[in-house]
Design a protein around this ligand. Structure first.
Ligand code: FMN
Length: 191
């Protein structure tokens, strides 16, 4: 198949669709974030990249932390709505049932099956459109009915993925194999 060049585009497919939470002057706020990823296992570190004009940017600095809430596919409309309005002139705290864990000023969303509570450990101004916030995950919260074999169950959590460029939300598809396992079949084929 012939390759076509498409420019220096951020075409990482799929991306996450999480709701990042933080509070400012005691008010919880949430925004959808697709620029999000785990960057270290232990201590567990997560990064989100947030534009400087967003209310969330200031809220993270105020509350010195943030939460990462994983909305399920049935929350796609409210999730997108959080990206259409800003905490600058809207109170997004009323959209969800908020709860708090170890950090009293880091709000999390009860309706999301999975929540990560993070303490801000570093921020990096990239000198462009976004600023990086690195959080240490202090605790993870998961709805009991979304746990299988003592682990988060991706099928039950039913997360939303994001297709950048086409700006579409997609659901996770089928199970295709065990990591650090299915590759062994390939080795036996080679022999
Ligand atoms: C699917 C989706 C993903 C987004 N991802 C990001 C992101 O990674 N970083 C960012 O700065 N803005 C992102 N945005 C834009 C913000 O979520 C949006 O501007 C939001 O209204 C900001 O809210 P706030 O001002 O209350 O913080 C995304 C929006 C959508 C709909």
């Amino acid at each position: 198949m012939k390759k076509k060049t498409m420019g220096a585009k951020p075409f990482l497919l799929p991306m996450t669709t999480v709701l990042a939470g933080a509070s400012r002057e005691g008010k919880a706020n949430y925004m959808p974030v697709s620029f999000c990823g785990i960057i270290q296992q232990s201590p567990a570190l997560i990064v989100i990249s947030v534009g400087p004009t967003h209310y969330t940017n200031k809220a993270i600095k105020d509350s010195q932390g943030f939460s990462v809430n994983i909305p399920s596919a049935d929350m796609v409309e409210i999730t997108d709505y959080c990206g259409l309005i800003s905490g600058v002139n809207n109170d997004k705290s009323v959209l969800f049932d908020n709860f708090y864990g170890k950090l009293e000023n880091i709000p999390m969303i009860k309706e999301c099956h999975l929540n990560l509570e993070c303490k801000l450990v570093n921020s990096i101004d990239l000198g462009g459109t976004h600023e990086l916030f690195i959080g240490e995950i202090l605790e993870s919260y998961i709805d009991e009915d979304c746990i299988t074999n003592n682990l988060p169950d991706i099928k039950k959590i039913d997360p939303i993925t994001y297709s950048v460029g086409s700006n579409e939300y997609w659901r996770v598809g089928e199970y295709i194999g065990k990591a650090w396992g299915v590759g062994k079949n390939y080795e036996s084929i080679k022999k």
